[in-house]
Design a protein around this ligand. Sequence first.
Ligand code: ADP
Ligand code: 3PG
Ligand code: MG
Length: 403
Amino acid sequence: MLENIEIMKRVKSVKDTDVTNKRVLIRVDFNVPMDSEFNISDDVRIREALPTINFCIDSNAKSIILVSHLGRPKGRDEKYSLKHILKRVERLLNREVLFIDDFQAQKDLINSQSDSKIIILENTRFYEGETKNDESLGRELATLCDVYINDAFGTSHRKHASTYGIAQYADVKVAGLLLKKEIDSFAKALTKPTRPLLLIVGGAKVSSKLTLLESILDVVDKIIIGGAMSNTFLKALGHNMQQSLVENDLLYEALKVLEKAKHKGVNIYLPVDVVSTDDISNPTLEHVKITPVQDIPTNYMTADIGPASLRLFKEVVSASDTIVWNGPMGIYEIDKFSRGTFRLAHYISDTYSYSLVGGGDTADAVDKSGEKDNMSFISTGGGASLELLEGKVLPAFEILEKK
Ligand code: ADP
Ligand code: 3PG
Ligand code: MG
């Protein structure tokens, strides 16, 4: 069992406190993907923040201040201004929203708002102290509110001034409804799951995902490993992975995970065949091969799992009652290499299992596969969901009041 989840489940929610006539500050995660013309390509993180904002409106909060980061700016940079998302927030809330360019200079304006006025502060990462969890920035943000609500699950693994520091100085500090929904969903999948519990890991962040595997062996019954993640394991087992992405420093770690899994009776399933290419930018038929993992051609790199692996993984998926998925099976961004990931999404949606998807790219891949609505829960957290699976108590949860 993951004890961190038990601890995080105990945070008080906005429903456990009174926000009527209070100035509330909600840390949201409006870090949404945008194209070069600032069109938002996926606004799910904004939509997922609406229940908490609406709850505060319905409870007649005096004012509602939204605080978020966008991207990773170095200082003030218009490209990362939250002005770009203002219209979408106004449209989704069906209300006019007050944009505050410089909260330090506009405190009186902020404090004079009433009737549940919605206010958005400019990108909190425009302030140097944000990512350093600077004490004075946290304290200053706290003076803006009577109640601090954290609803930024996607940023809950960051110990920053607006996610952590502020809560040290706020009188009341509680979780928003999204934070609660996320943790309850992870709890459902991992604390008392309907078994067998299958973990599917893929993608590319091998080092952090290896730590995750080590800590989760006590919790899960079986693990499928695919994507670039599996290259490291296959190489550790002696296969020649040719030009594939491999973490050579982690071969021993990978072997240790396999050994430990065997010891604990957790079955690990690796690809038996792969789709590989010697020209990722021009994957025409003559540059793509499907082979057993033993026969990857010289100078080729893996780009997807093969059809035989998919048939085997389908059996494992259909024999599981709870499925947690983090990491695509291949380079799903390229059509030719998306089949492994998309088919796996179809297989999961064909089951009656409880399915939880975490990871920015995995969520995107599930969306592209057309199966978004057929998953039980898709987390808004990438890095946050990974750290949660690693067994960590996330800082944003750690600092909130507990029941
Ligand atoms: P998530 O964001 O869901 O946690 P990651 O960021 O760890 O997932 O990994 C996603 C990335 O992994 C994708 O960009 C995908 O193209 C890449 N990937 C998957 N399989 C391979 C592979 N065999 N070789 C190279 N990159 C891969
Ligand atoms: C995310 O997109 O994962 C969150 O918004 C956190 O962003 P960060 O990785 O830049 O801290
Ligand atoms: Mg990613």
